[in-house]
Design a protein around this ligand. Structure first.
Ligand code: BES
Ligand code: ZN
Length: 880
């Protein structure tokens, strides 16, 4: 594809469809060498349009027959190009019948209809349906689908699609069919089909109005013992959405199918969610606690889309955050309610600041609602998802629980069955509250991370305390022109000398107040303040901004001990750790001896010894800022200095706190997973804390930790403990211990795809894998398949994103290896190729030597023939 033929799509060019679809009937005939798709589409020209021509999307389809009403079309009656078909003259109302032949067996892009292991499945979001048949593949064309699937009965006893089964029966030649009908109008991106020989785990959910819904989880027979947790998570999600949002499920069946080859985590197809196996399958032997929590969150997320996405959908793909941002907010609140609110918030903010802030500072930076794109698959980003969820959270903070719920009720009620925009969502929130959110819209349309500088002054005579806030937003490489001020909710409190929140004069004596910063600079004054307080700012991270205030170390320690906001207690600790790390990084760069302040060790000692706090919180407090976050905060990131300084801190803490850490380890060692509470948050927190202690212990060069890890590895009764021990051994520097554990683990688990992914990523993410030979050995194993996205992510992805010293080795060899695989994958699976590009897009963060090496690889990729739209967009935006 030549450069000029890749066109950019602009939001401002949006036009409503000229034709609506009254109904769709599809018949799939599945064979071992391909599939025929018969479609019958009832079109009707929209009353306010007079277009004569009909445009249908269609890619890589073999057209076998097409007719309008009873009239066969000949080749002069339509024009085909690489992206679709134009029929120049069509009547106002007509039936289009079309037959296409497709090859699911050859489909390695995993978009449209494809085969994964021995089953047929689909992935249509965002624009995959056009790889199944000719169709107006856009989310604002909604209609009711009837789908008939025919296939060999032995090979594919299970035939599934959206909605309810209405007919089934046997055909000749050992074939059979099932017909499904989905009564809810939907865009084609929510269409799904599955055919295979699958085990079905059934459950039942009684809705708030007393209807019984059949729940079914379909998996490969060998995974029959891995469905319980997903099924339970689904029931909890359904209940929660009724209780918190008043949303009842609408069909009589809800199905989940697990597939091994999947580009994303999971997909919310109406009534038939399709999941990446790694995001649904679990049992205590094979899944880590992290995997369990992820499964609970993803099952919830996809289920919640039934309302936020399916019943009310997006007008066009620029509105993606309308469904994704809102649904991420909903799943985060669900996880907070099921587990710990503060811990969930800490995890999400940590992720946002590390990954989304970096995205927003790089060449792919874009607003939550982008103004343009070349390939929509490139815009399923942290900005659309994570920052988008923060925008919904800010509306929630501004309105409070009750008004937010009223706004969401109005939104769902008013727009049920429609395809709408992010404005429609904000307008509903505005109408129920009478609040003006016109300035708030800037959050949707302006990219970049706003910065808020805060200063304070205290007047002892007047007993007045003032805070001055100044906002700005950097202009990024992808930006044009000045930015307008944001409407920023800043939740804050003032803490008195006794550690207690002061009643705030400005907030009728309440201790926390949402200050709304709307101008560039604003000052607020608090009256009746007897002595200078310590401000607690941006509580619960009330806005996705970089806030700075010049705290003294003493104030940070004070906040860590006393802030009534759990998030800010953690935040104070992080700020303190960052200061220490940044000083050490400088010392390392200046070739000075590194010294860890005694006081810092004492802070950690008191955390380790703390018996009052939740164990999960203690775990978060013991977590040092990640290398990737330190990179994101650097002007010019020195990866080696960052890695060594951080490892130095871990080693010093390990040596100084050895006794305390061992005690912590043993105090939390015995938690049995095979009891009714074995998977509760408390049990998970206990395992997490024990393994955090083990990991810290192993940071100093003492044999004791290796012995402990070996012991844990051989006696573990669950995957969390076994995986944690393996990770410690792999990172221990004790090669023989590492090899022994790795081969034992492999022998035991290599037939289990989910565990094997863990085995791969433990190695590729480990800094002990210092040379590329180790990585190449993993890639060369027969267990590694380039066509399986999970394998690519757990080997190449984990290496590039987590093993940062090795990836950024100054030879540039790892950059070249990454480029080689991006080029290979570009012909196979462009979405995965494009996602792997991310580390190379961050070249501006590194020294000139590394910049040159990364740029050389970007140019090499750019030079590939037939570069996909996906990769092309990212490369061209990344090159200077
Ligand atoms: N709708 C998406 C899945 C999707 C996105 C499919 C893009 C195809 C292209 C789904 O709802 C989703 O957001 N999944 C996330 C997980 C979720 C918990 C954030 C995913 O797959 O990573
Ligand atoms: Zn989603």
């Amino acid at each position: 594809m030549s450069e000029s033929s890749v066109k950019t799509i602009y939001l401002k060019d949006y036009q409503a469809p000229a034709f609506e679809l009254e109904q769709v009937k599809l018949t799939f005939r599945l064979f071992e060498d391909g599939a025929t798709v018969l479609s019958v589409l009832n079109f009707k020209r929209c009353s306010d349009k007079n277009e004569q021509a009909l445009y249908l999307h269609g890619e890589d389809l073999e057209l076998r027959a097409i007719k309008i009403n009873d009239q066969e079309l000949s080749e002069e009656d339509y024009q085909l190009d690489s992206e679709g078909m134009t029929i120049p003259y069509v009547p106002a109302e007509f039936v289009l019948t079309c037959e296409t032949w497709i090859k699911p067996q050859d489909n390695k892009r995993l978009e449209g209809l494809y085969k994964s292991s021995s089953m047929f499945c689909t992935q249509c979001e965002a624009e995959g349906f056009r790889r199944i048949t000719f169709y107006p593949d856009r989310p604002d064309v909604m209609t009711v689908f009837q789908t008939c699937i025919e296939a060999d009965k032995n090979l594919y006893p299970v035939l599934l699609s959206n909605g309810n089964p209405i007919e089934s029966g046997d055909l000749s030649d050992g074939r059979h069919f099932v017909t499904w009908e989905d009564p809810f109008p939907k865009p084609c991106y929510l269409f799904a089909l599955v055919a295979g020989d699958l085990y079905c785990q059934e459950g039942i959910f009684e809705t708030c109005s007393g209807r019984k819904v059949d729940l079914r989880i379909f998996v490969d027979h060998k995974n029959a013992n891995k469905c319980d947790y997903a099924l339970d998570s689904l029931k909890r999600s359904m209940k929660w959405d009724e209780e918190v949002y008043g949303r009842e499920y609408d069909l009589d069946i809800f199905m989940i199918v697990a597939v091994d080859d999947f580009n994303m985590g999971a997909m919310e197809n109406k009534g038939l969610n399709i999941f990446n196996s790694s995001c649904v399958l679990a049992n205590t032997q094979t899944a880590t606690d992290m995997a369990y929590q992820r499964i609970e969150a993803i099952v919830a997320h996809e289920y919640f889309h039934n309302w936020s996405g399916n019943r009310v959908t997006c007008r066009d793909w620029f509105q993606l955050s309308l469904k994704e941002g809102f649904t991420v907010f909903r799943d985060a609140e669900f996880s907070a309610d099921m587990n710990s609110r503060v811990v969930k918030r800490i995890e999400d903010v940590n992720f946002l600041r590390t990954a989304q802030f970096a995205e927003d500072a790089g060449p792919m930076s874009h607003p939550v609602r982008p103004a343009s794109y070349m390939e929509i698959s490139n815009f399923y980003t942290l900005t659309v998802y994570e920052k988008g969820a923060e925008l919904v959270r800010m509306l929630h903070t501004l309105l409070g629980e009750a008004q937010f719920r009223a706004g969401s009720d109005l939104y769902f009620d008013r727009h049920d069955g429609q395809a709408v925009t992010t404005e429609d969502f904000v307008i509903a929130m505005s109408e129920v509250s009478g609040r003006d959110f016109s300035q708030f819209q800037n959050w949707y349309d302006q990219g970049g991370t706003p910065e808020v500088k805060v200063s304070s002054s205290y007047d002892a005579d007047k007993k007045q305390y003032s805070l001055t806030f100044t906002q700005s937003c950097p202009i990024g490489v992808a930006d044009s022109g000045e930015k307008q001020a944001f409407h920023i909710p800043i939740t804050l409190g003032l803490i008195g000398g006794n550690g207690e929140d002061l009643p705030l004069s400005i907030a009728d004596g309440q201790s926390s107040w949402v200050f709304e910063l709307v101008d560039e600079t604003e000052t607020v004054t608090f009256e009746g303040v007897d002595s200078e307080p310590t401000p607690s700012l941006l509580r619960n991270f009330s806005a996705p901004v970089k806030l700075s205030y010049d705290y003294s170390d003493e104030q940070l320690l004070f906040l860590m001990a006393h802030d009534s906001d759990g998030f800010n207690r953690w935040e104070a600790g992080q700020t303190l750790s960052l200061r220490v790390l940044q000083t050490l990084i400088q010392q390392y760069q200046n070739k000075e001896t590194l010294v860890l302040p005694e006081r810092f060790i004492e802070v950690f000692r008191s955390i380790v010894l703390n018996k009052e706090l939740d164990k999960a919180i203690v775990c978060k407090l013991l977590m040092l800022p990640a290398e990737s976050y330190l990179i994101e905060l650097s002007e010019e990131a020195d990866v080696d200095a960052i890695h060594h300084s951080r490892e130095f801190v871990r080693a010093e803490l390990s040596t100084a706190l050895r006794g305390e850490l061992e005690a912590l380890y043993y105090a939390n060692a015995n938690v049995n997973i095979n009891t009714s509470t074995g998977l509760d948050f408390v049990a998970m927190s206990q395992r997490a804390l024990k393994n955090m202690a083990l990991s810290l212990l192993s940071a100093s060069p003492n044999k004791q930790a290796v012995i402990l890890a070996k012991q844990q590895f051989s006696t573990a009764t669950n995957m969390t403990d076994s995986h944690a021990a393996l990770s410690v051994l792999v990172n221990s520097g004790d090669d023989s211990a590492a090899h022994a554990a790795l081969s034992e683990f492999y022998d035991k688990w290599h037939e289990d795809a989910q565990v094997l992914e863990q085995w791969f990523s433990v190695q590729s993410a480990s800094a002990s894998l210092t040379d590329l030979e180790g990585l190449k050995k993993l890639i060369a194993l027969p267990d590694f398949e380039l066509s399986n996205p999970n394998k690519v992510r757990s080997v190449i992805g984990a290496f590039c994103q987590q093993n940062l010293v090795s990836f950024h080795h100054e030879s540039g060899d790892a950059y070249a290896l990454l480029a080689e695989y991006i080029i290979k994958l570009d012909d196979l699976n462009p979405q995965i190729a494009s996602r792997l590009m991310m580390p190379l897009t961050r070249w501006r963060k590194f020294n000139t030597n590394r910049q040159a090496l990364m740029l050389a690889q970007l140019k090499r990729i750019h030079g590939k023939d037939n570069l996909s739209k996906d990769v092309r967009e990212v490369v061209e935006k990344s090159l200077p």
